[in-house]
Design a protein around this ligand. Sequence first.
Ligand code: NAG
Length: 103
Amino acid sequence: MKDKKIVLLVLFALSNLSVHGAQDPIELKVSAAKRGLLLGSITLVKHLRFNVDKGQYISNLVNNYDVVVPDVEMKPGHIWRPRNIYNFTDVDWLLGATPDTMG
Ligand SMILES: *[C@@H]1O[C@H](CO)[C@@H](O)[C@H](O)[C@H]1NC(C)=O
């Protein structure tokens, strides 16, 4: 099973090279969409909340990915401290965010 995934990944990469040529950037989001796939990335929510790089980071995420997954913000160490007191500030913000409201 693992070998099949590796083979598919290599074939996917090679098919993109043959379509776009070695000189062109590989537009993974476009290639994924053509195959009915969503492309995602992990991110630190604080990079979005506090608009690092004056919007460049958010712009790159929006332009290159369909899905964003929080990095540590959904892990117990981040939301559950101290004991029995929860803080969902970052993930609540992410769930309410859209590309237009970020930054
Ligand atoms: C809750 O989380 C936010 C975002 O990480 C942080 O700024 C805030 O200080 C936290 N609140 C408490 C009471 O720890």
